[in-house]
Design a protein around this ligand. Sequence first.
Ligand code: SAH
Length: 291
Amino acid sequence: MKQSFAFSRLGLALPPVEPGWVWLVGAGPGDPGLLTVLAAHALAEADVVVHDALIDGRVLGLAREEAVLIPAGKRGGRPSHSQPDISARLVDLARAGKRVVRLKGGDPFVFGRGAEEARTLVAAGVPFRIVPGVTAGVGGLAYAGIPATTRDTNATVTFVTGHAATGEVPDTFDWEALARLPVLVFYMALKTLDVIAARLMEHGRSGETPVAFVSDATTAAQRVHITTLAQAVTERDRLGIAPPALVVLGDVVPLARDLAWWSPPKQGCGGEVWPDPMQSIPGSATPLIGD
Ligand code: SAH
């Protein structure tokens, strides 16, 4: 097994993936280095890996050569497999005595439908384990140089989904409350940004509030664009920002001008970096708010 050498010193800390079990595993936001040790261990032990569309090939490469890889989940925002189909497949594979890893982007329990899959497993009497992953809203912000919190700016940080199961902005939102929260991290919000930005401003959030788009976070294609709430929709269209992307709002955003650090290594070129993330951040020489 590929991983047994690397992780042997952790010994009993790594439970075996038992036949007939399903592990719901978070793969993190993109960079393979953000996998947890448990996730790498699970991949090395699995008979079957049922994986989301956007998982890095190098991560899937941790599976054994004999392991069966089954793509599932969404492609380009469109579901290629229905959620009940995926859950039923997991149950069937477990009942057939396979060691099943269900590998999902980010964290399985953060906007990831992991709960739906876990409930189906419970209902079917299939034993399971959850392996948390680095969620995009944490890992992506870190790679963008946007602190999720600082003592000067915010005592709370709020993860928000831009659309409900219907594809629309969730109708349960308390816009007045959202507009008052210091830092909002939106997932899946590119399409519905028009409504989100308009509602936040209608409910008193300043159009000058800093907003960042962080797309393809933690990958070589990562881009960070900083704008304002009033300009966000225009900038989304002008720049053609595509998923996966986070929309981050609040006074932590301008800190990226100082803290952006991620320069993905150019393939095969030790040390040389491209792209320079600062190129994507206008006004990187401007002072921080409050300076
Ligand atoms: N369970 C995942 C989220 C799944 S929802 C997690 O915990 O991260 C999919 C949304 O996550 C995307 O629309 C995007 O908003 C965000 N996302 C996932 N990976 C991302 C990445 N590499 N860069 C930016 N946003 C990402």
